[in-house]
Design a protein around this ligand. Structure first.
Ligand code: AMP
Length: 198
């Protein structure tokens, strides 16, 4: 399986690039943010609980997102692979993901980070807020809080994968197509390596 963690702060372009990558490589897109927003839209108890943290720019508890991912991985156990978008966001989430993939006879192939600076992120998210309808994109203080959550709790996840020799990064500023091509180059190299191991 080809299992990619697409990494980067809010507004880095993970959702946009995930859509293009799943098409090219025939992968399943798992975005915990999207899954949580579906729960909110459906008015489930999980959604109502998560909304409190999301509206405050904070991470929802690890066990909530791990449970959702566990269900989805099992549901798609015969897929060619997954793009994890917005997950894992903490080191315990990364450890749980390793464990659950191992239980399903697979593993993370690599993490690829989209590098974008904080000022560019704020500009992009405020712009996205004009059309996305996402309450957490419409307030600059809240956006800065989300970026801060990322810098304190999520950035260390890169070290976790670097420790396994699985970390790569590409420049997330520029044309969408150019960034996509950079990502594909990285992924093709990983696929080649997987093929040669067989
Ligand atoms: P996103 O769409 O990825 O920007 O996520 C929107 C919000 O959902 C975040 O600000 C968090 O409150 C919550 N969220 C999404 N994914 C996770 C995760 N893996 N761990 C904790 N909270 C998450």
């Amino acid at each position: 399986m080809l299992n990619i963690v697409l990494f980067g702060p809010p507004g880095a372009g993970k959702g946009t690039q995930s859509q293009k990558l799943i098409e090219k490589y025939n992968l399943i897109h798992l975005s915990t943010g999207d899954l949580l927003r579906s729960e909110i839209a459906a008015g489930t108890r999980l959604g109502l609980e998560a909304k409190k943290q999301m509206d405050n720019g904070l991470l929802v508890p690890d066990e909530v997102v791990i449970g959702m991912i566990d269900n989805k991985v099992k549901e798609h156990r015969h897929a060619a692979g997954f793009i994890f978008d917005g997950f894992p966001r903490t080191v315990p989430q990364a450890q749980s993901l390793d464990k659950l993939l191992q239980e399903n006879g697979t593993e993370i192939s690599c993490m690829i980070a989209l590098r974008v600076d904080d000022e560019e992120l704020t500009t992009r998210l405020l712009l996205r807020g004009q059309t996305s309808g996402r309450p957490d994109d419409q307030n600059e203080a809240l956006i800065r809080k989300r970026v801060m959550e990322y810098n304190t709790k999520t950035a260390p996840v890169a070290d976790y994968y670097a420790g396994q020799g699985k970390f790569r990064a590409v420049d997330g500023i520029g044309e969408i197509e150019d960034i996509f091509n950079d990502l594909c180059q990285q992924i093709d190299a990983i696929k080649d390596r997987q093929e040669n191991k067989k």
